[in-house]
Design a binder for this molecule. Structure first.
Ligand SMILES: [Zn+2]
Length: 446
């Protein structure tokens, strides 16, 4: 025991001297990233005040205007402003969330809030990909732009919001609905994307909408030895088989490379509830009268949500099989359509100049951008898209395994630094952009 302890201490000393050696000739940029990562903003008790204080001190060093808003007490939202020279132009909003998901500390090679930099240059921390990297990369990009003497035409706002990981209701949703937000005159929002294992960055123009479905079957109870029709278990199993066939067909499209993950409807069974409990398990010689199953369904805005609902009513939970599902019994259902009946997505064609600007800016910074994608899960971007605003999900992490919400989440410092250059190029392009329609007739431009 004691020997093992000594070995531990020796290896710890070795580790710390190693990382000190790497740090000493490294950038203060990486230490700022590490400082942000070391603030434990994991649910259920995120240190929002500490995160806000850190962001405010960074903002002060950059002479950005700042305000802290608590739409809900204790849930700090920091809003920063880099004023543009032409207030008649709409502004650019750079959004990021400050909270992270919890981590199982004993499953990590380095403690998840140590932000340990290993000998490969990998920074290990919860939030290193999702998405503290992005929040502070925005600030670093602004630091570089300011140092270069760049002056934005459009105002650039940065929102550091709480609670994304638990639905964003007390964070981005409240911000998007607020009068404060109306006053910002936002024209384009940037929010989070995903890491890319290849050298190509990924950008997202929409996201799948969750439909959480619970179906329940009922049937006559009976002796466990008797064969008869319409038991709750048999009825539910038929539904599960039907759901599984649908799931396989969707998944086949992805496996065959015909559709991207975000373009198909995903269905996963997340619980099964049936049986007659006893203090030690379940009654074995009795068929129960009720059985329930829950499914997490994600629907891309390009899919026909209405026909899926019909399929649920007709095939997955038909009343003819004593299934009690009815319309409106979803645990959660987000419509793929906005109030005017249009799919909630950001255009990627020439009708949206911001997309072309993004592609161009990434290219200028020597990065490659992949095809526009639909985000497979949910992000805060939906609250801004719901307002009819264009919102693009983008986290500049190429050559990086996707480790959000996983053990040992890390980001390599070179990728992190490269991401800052990408944002420098993007923010410059966005903050300088002037709509040609607006300047038509302007003498300066002729
Ligand atoms: Zn995130």
């Amino acid at each position: 025991m004691e020997l093992r302890l000594h070995l531990c201490i020796i290896s710890l000393l070795l580790l710390s001297s190693k990382s000190t050696a790497i740090l000493s000739d490294d950038d203060p940029i990486i230490s700022r990233f590490q400082r942000y990562l070391r603030i434990n903003t994991a649910h259920p008790n995120p240190q929002y005040r500490e995160a806000a204080d850190f962001i405010l001190s960074e903002a002060e060093s950059l002479s950005l205007e700042s305000q802290t808003i608590e739409f809900v007490p204790g849930k700090h939202l920091v809003l920063l402003k880099w004023p543009g020279s032409d207030p008649s132009l709409s502004s650019v909003l750079l959004n990021s969330h400050t909270d992270v998901v919890p981590a199982e500390h004993d499953k990590w090679v380095h403690p998840p809030f140590s932000a340990n930099l290993d000998s490969n240059g990998d920074v290990y921390a919860r939030g290193s990909q999702d998405m503290k990297c992005v929040g502070i990369q925005y600030l670093e990009a602004i630091r570089r732009l300011k140092a270069s003497g760049f002056k934005p035409k459009r105002s650039v706002y940065l929102s550091f919001v709480p609670d994304e990981e638990i639905g964003g209701h007390d964070g981005a949703e409240k911000l998007a609905e607020s009068d404060v937000f109306k006053g910002l005159n936002v024209g384009i929002v940037l929010d989070e994307g995903l890491a890319s294992p290849t050298e190509t960055y990924r950008a997202f123009y929409a996201e799948r909408c969750p439909m959480w479905l619970v179906i329940k079957a009922t049937g006559a109870p009976g002796h466990g030895a008797k064969l008869y029709d319409n038991t709750a278990m048999e009825n539910l199993l038929k539904s599960i088989e039907s759901v599984r066939r649908f799931r396989a067909a969707q998944f086949d499209l992805v496996k065959a490379g015909l559709k991207a993950e975000g373009e198909v409807i995903s269905v996963n069974m997340v619980f099964l509830k049936a049986g007659t409990p006893t203090p030690t398990g379940f009654v074995m010689n009795m068929q129960p009268s009720e059985a329930e199953a829950g499914f997490d369904i994600r629907v891309p805005p390009i899919a026909d949500q209405e026909s899926l609902e019909k399929r649920i009513a007709k095939e997955w939970a038909p009343t003819s099989r004593n299934m009690t599902f009815r319309h409106g019994q979803f645990k959660q259902k987000v419509s793929v359509l906005d109030k005017s009946g249009k799919p909630i997505l950001t255009a990627t064609d020439s009708s949206n100049p911001w997309w072309a600007l993004l592609e161009d800016a990434v290219k200028k910074a020597n990065g490659k951008l992949g095809k526009p994608e639909i985000f497979p899960a949910s992000t805060d971007a939906r609250y801004f898209r719901n307002l009819g605003l264009p919102a693009i999900g983008f986290s500049p992490m190429a050559n990086t395994p996707i480790l959000l919400h996983d053990h040992n989440e890390f980001l390599n410092k070179d990728e992190y630094l490269k991401g800052i250059e990408i944002y420098e190029s993007m923010i410059k392009a966005y903050a300088s952009y002037v709509d040609h329609g607006k300047i038509a007739g302007s003498r300066d431009e002729l």
